[in-house]
Design a protein. Structure first.
Length: 150
């Protein structure tokens, strides 16, 4: 029996799906070629709206554009493209264990993303090289989607 592979998208891989960035095409192709849902976490959702708010404050997006992006994201969750996973104490405990090893450049929120992926037995999809390197160093399945060269 062939079991479909499961994936976790961190925020760095999610944002290019909603705004034209150098990795947008690769993320779109990835999402078209897999079976949903793709796992995200409650942390991903908070980081997503935080970045949108920062883009508005920095005048990189208008309020209308921000609202459109947020509505598309909510629609994609409701449609089943993304499945939200709550962050629990076990995620914090695992993140703390990895950071305590002092063997990677893993930061707090990235450690929580990594714990979310690992504890749900998914492959992490990220555009963050340091997070990807940390995942590989810790034996967590991870794929790095790198931006197109302009």
């Amino acid at each position: 029996m062939n079991v479909a592979k499961k994936y976790y998208l961190d925020t760095s891989a999610l944002l290019p799906y909603y705004r034209n960035e150098s990795a947008s095409l690769q993320i779109q192709k990835f999402l078209l070629n897999i079976n949903p849902p793709v796992l995200i976490s409650s942390l991903t959702r908070v980081e997503f709206v935080s970045v949108i708010a920062r883009w508005v404050r920095m005048s990189e997006l208008s309020e209308a554009e921000a609202g459109l992006i947020e509505n598309m994201f909510i629609s994609d969750i409701k449609s089943g493209l993304f499945l939200n996973q709550l962050i629990s104490q076990k995620h914090y405990n695992q993140a703390e264990r990895w950071i305590s090893l002092r063997k990677t450049g893993l930061r707090t929120l990235d450690a929580l993303h990594l714990a979310s992926s690992w504890l749900s037995d998914t492959e992490m999809i990220t555009c963050d090289k340091i997070l990807h390197q940390s995942a590989c160093s810790l034996g967590v399945c991870s794929s790095l989607i790198e931006p197109d060269e302009a």
